[in-house]
Design a protein. Structure first.
Ligand code: NAP
Ligand code: MG
Length: 522
């Protein structure tokens, strides 16, 4: 006898679920060649219900490469009516996706990982072209994205409810059910990775999604969308739109979206929360900004601490939410440490992100570049420059690695998120003083501690108000561990098993006894 596993037949769930778009125009892709010579098809439309379509308004916007300041391509720009279409498609697909068998859903998510792997060189090159980060960085991001989809495929069907003993007369259990239509709004610093952190767990829990990429970095999200049909994602389950801030606002306020996952600045995060409160009280998770301390004690492994501080601030051009932007260095080693750090930093090359010798590339857009340069100018009035302090001559949004020293923790450059390659070095004397200063900020995303004294490491790690604490390392993010912030750095956690709670509702079921007839127990 052959045992048949119960499953939803593929032809049923691969069709379009009652969603029809009244007026639409398909939008063709464009053949492009990246600066490192990879020719590929770049989708240019909005990905709604399994197709790339033009915006209903017909509007488009330009995508600029920050390392050359030259245009790459024009893309469809989503408006309110396109968001309505995408939400309708996602809503229509909800029931069917929820009922796809556990094995089949896990298989589809694994297909996504395999397809990204197949095209990983293209993904990395396009990310670098669009974002300005080095090719090495983009390749690392793509590997992380592949791992993230594999990891969450493994959770499908394993985020269980419980059987709960309440009394002898009833049967009580909880179920974890999908939330439904999930909106996602992401920033430009890790475009593909931020997409993966949200879409992978959302799909694993049986939700449908509509994601808006950042205006400055929309290309890899559309490439990702172009793989959905081949992976076996039913139409309408994943919808991806491009555009400026406005569509993010529509998503936050949409009455038919059940949850929003937002990553971006604290200022925009407040608006998302407000839009939820004023619309349907959708669930909101927020991954926001930071001003993280990186603490070096005088007993730290000196060379290792130098590398950690360097990676902590200059990785990804400093465009990292958890960057170690405030260096706290103990007074006894201050001079030696800053001198060694300067000589290490003065030996790194910044420039063409496709050049393997570049340590970091260009800031992602002009607005961000101007903001960083303004902070550097203000910093010159507050503290002293150890190195850097200028833009790089020529085209492209390149900023020299910049270190300020003799900074006070209440200075503007030590309190506000700059989001660029700018480090504020502050001196401290003892453990409790540095813990107090480290926690004295509205943010609480991450922190670093460098010491060879285990007792001290434990004491400091347990007293820092931060979602992540790295001891003797920095910026080592893994999708197996929860990530998110205390205080104004956010609400909720992404990654790890923790994120699954954000994408599920808990239902409590009590089955009582029937008080007459066959159901009576004796
Ligand atoms: P942002 O300006 O807040 O933008 C983030 C996203 O929100 C973009 O897609 C943006 O669209 C969209 N948006 C703009 N206005 C909106 C509105 N009123 N309602 C809803 N969405 C809106 O942030 P960013 O400058 O792109 O990114 C940098 C920030 O992200 C930093 O503060 C960084 O710390 C934070 N970040 C946090 C994490 C974390 O995990 N905690 C990770 C990465 C980055 P446009 O692109 O069109 O403006
Ligand atoms: Mg760009």
């Amino acid at each position: 006898m052959v045992f048949k596993f119960p499953r939803v037949a593929s032809p049923i769930f691969r069709r379009s679920f009652g969603f029809t778009r009244a007026v639409y125009k398909l939008q063709p892709s464009k053949k492009l060649t990246t600066p490192n010579g990879i020719t590929y098809e770049q989708p240019t439309g909005l990905f709604i219900n399994g197709e790339f379509v033009a915006a209903r308004s017909g509007k488009e916007f330009e995508v600029i490469s920050p390392s050359t300041e030259k245009k790459i391509v024009d893309l469809a720009e989503a408006g309110k009516e396109d968001i309505d279409d995408a939400v309708a498609a996602a809503k229509a697909a909800t029931l069917a996706w929820e009922h796809v068998s556990v094995d089949e859903r896990a298989g589809i998510i694994r297909n996504i990982a395999a397809l990204i792997e197949k095209h990983k060189d293209t993904f990395a090159a396009v990310e670098t072209w669009d974002n300005g980060k080095t090719l090495g960085m983009s390749s690392g991001d793509v590997e992380g994205v592949i791992g993230c989809f594999k990891y969450y495929a493994g959770f499908v069907g394993k985020h269980f409810g419980k059987v709960v003993d309440v009394d002898v007369d009833s049967f009580n259990y909880t179920r974890r059910e999908p939330v439904g239509v999930c909106g996602m709004v992401i920033p430009w610093n890790f475009p593909l990775m931020m997409l993966a952190w949200k879409i992978a767990p959302a799909l694993a829990c049986g939700n449908t999604v509509i994601l808006k990429s950042a205006e400055s970095t929309p290309l890899t999200a559309l490439l990702f969308a172009s793989l959905m049909n081949e992976a076996g994602i039913p139409k309408g389950v994943v919808n991806i739109v491009s555009g400026a801030g406005e569509p993010g606002g529509y998503i936050s306020a949409h009455p038919e979206i059940n949850k929003v996952a937002f990553t971006g600045s604290t200022a925009t995060g407040r608006k998302v929360l407000e839009a939820s409160a004023k619309s349907n009280l959708k669930k909101v998770t927020l991954e926001l900004g930071g001003k993280s301390p990186n603490i070096v004690f005088d007993d730290a492994d000196f060379e290792q601490a130098i590398e950690s501080v360097l990676i902590g601030i200059f990785y990804n051009q400093g465009e990292v939410c958890c960057a170690g932007t405030r260096l706290f260095v103990q007074a006894g080693i201050k001079e030696k440490f800053l001198e060694a750090l300067k000589s290490r930093v003065d030996n790194i090359t910044i420039g063409d992100p496709f050049d393997p010798n570049s340590f970091y590339g260009a800031q992602t857009n002009r607005q961000q570049f101007d903001k960083v340069m303004e902070y550097i100018d203000e910093g010159k009035n507050e503290a002293h420059i150890l190195t850097g302090g200028h833009r790089r001559d020529g085209d492209g949004f390149f900023v020299q690695p910049t270190i300020f020293y003799d900074v006070k923790n209440n200075h503007k450059i030590a309190q506000e998120e700059i989001f660029g390659p700018v480090l504020a070095a502050i001196t401290f004397n003892d453990v409790d003083e540095v813990i107090k200063m480290a926690n004295d900020t509205p943010y609480g995303l991450a922190a670093g501690v460098h010491t060879t004294n285990l007792n001290r490491a434990l004491y400091v790690a347990n007293h820092l108000k931060a979602g992540t604490v790295w001891v003797n390392c920095y910026n080592v993010i893994s999708h197996h561990m929860p990530f998110g912030g205390y205080k104004e750095s956010g609400h909720g956690r992404e990654l790890g098993a923790e994120v699954l709670n954000n994408y599920t509702e808990v239902k409590a079921v009590r089955i009582g006894q029937i008080s007459s007839g066959i159901g009576v127990h004796k």
